[in-house]
Design a protein around this ligand. Structure first.
Ligand code: PLP
Length: 356
């Protein structure tokens, strides 16, 4: 028995997917491995609406965030910050000794395309980082609109953390002009943690060739060299890849990508309507996330008490507010393989506990 996860990652993993982890080990330089790799590649491209390679990282998402900035910046990077994970990306950039600045906006506000335009017009930057879906606040930034702006600046690479959005909300990598779109699979992919995927554009790969200290483990040109052979450069997490292959087959061939996004939208609307009825939503209107809602504790409830009762009595887990929002908010994840009736069941239990 385990707690059913309604957290914004990691998320509940179906038993069929867990079974995939038990496949016999194969060799990562064998033809069987390349077939596995190609299957994954084909469906990741469909999921992300891209013709670009989608590299596989044996690391959590933070590793790929590090790869993005260590390979993508020659001149100076601008980190747009409106939550805990975009702040993390700035810290990663700083810690790697990469020249950078950050633009902070209040955590309940989106990064607007006009702001991006204003900052890029200085000509100081050749890379920007933006988080699609701030898991800390339940806010979804307008990546398509920002992409339109970035397209005007030929020299700038557009690096996007889509960690808690990918596979739960539509991302059109090519159309939106994203140079790197990364996500760990423990969120809306609904797989065990430890593997990250990231699309990479030609422009980013070219940039990476020109960057002097472009990392060893996260060296994009070398990762791409092996990708062209349908292999990974270092020994991959093969059990994870079996689970990813099965999940992608289910997403693309059984559920359908558009249907998956609609299911997420439906769950989000249900939770958000409920939140508005009894509480409030932290993020500014128009930018609510399709995968996680951060509910402001306007009724002064005992948030940790609610979480503890859900765990102790019902074996269900939701998340407290992140960082400074602890007890001032709580977060419900509506992503992965959960469905509307799961959300209805959860909300009914919460109403019962809170007696509302
Ligand atoms: N970016 C976002 C938006 C996240 O939600 C998270 C984790 O919750 C991360 C980055 C870091 O991910 P990981 O723990 O997989 O390194």
């Amino acid at each position: 028995m385990h707690d059913k996860l309604f957290t914004p990652g990691p998320t509940e993993v179906r038993a069929e997917l867990l079974k995939e982890l038990a496949n016999p080990q194969i060799h990562h330089r064998s033809p069987e491995f390349s077939l596995l790799y190609d299957d994954i590649q084909k469906n990741l491209k469909k999921l992300l609406y891209t013709e670009k390679p989608v590299l596989l990282f044996t690391s959590s998402s933070t590793g790929a965030m590090e790869a993005a900035v260590t390979n993508g910046v020659k001149k100076r990077c601008l980190n747009f910050v409106n939550g805990a994970f975009s702040e993390r990306w700035h810290q990663i950039t700083v810690k790697n000794g990469i020249k950078c600045d950050k633009v902070s906006v209040p955590w309940d506000k989106a990064i607007k395309p006009e702001l991006v335009d204003e900052k890029l017009s200085s000509g100081k930057y050749d890379a920007i980082t933006v988080v699609l879906n701030e898991t800390s606040t339940g806010l979804m930034n307008p990546i398509a609109e920002i992409g339109e702006v970035v397209k005007k600046y030929e020299d700038v690479v557009f690096l996007v953390d889509a960690v808690s959005g990918m596979a739960g909300t539509k991302i059109e990598v090519d159309e939106w002009g994203i140079d790197m779109c990364l996500a760990g699979v423990q969120k809306a992919f609904a797989l065990p943690a430890g593997l990250t995927v990231a699309s990479v554009s030609d422009k980013l790969l070219k940039r990476a060739e020109e960057v002097e200290n472009n990392s060893y483990y996260f060296n994009l040109p070398l990762l791409y060299k092996y990708h062209k052979r349908s292999q990974t450069r270092t020994t991959p997490a093969i059990p994870q890849l079996y689970a990813l292959r099965k999940q992608l087959n289910d997403i693309v061939d059984n559920e359908g990508v558009e249907a998956r996004f609609s299911r997420h939208q439906e769950m989000a609307e249900y939770v958000q309507n409920w939140a508005l009825k009894y509480f409030d939503i932290y993020a500014e209107e128009g930018y609510w996330s399709n995968t996680v809602t951060c509910i402001e504790n306007t009724r002064g409830i005992d948030v940790q008490g609610l979480i503890n009762t859900l765990v102790d009595k019902y074996q269900i887990r939701i998340a407290n507010g992140y960082g400074d929002l602890k007890n001032k908010a709580f977060r419900i994840g509506h992503m992965g393989d959960l469905n509307l009736s799961d959300m209805k069941g959860l909300i009914a239990i919460i109403e019962d506990i809170l007696d509302i």
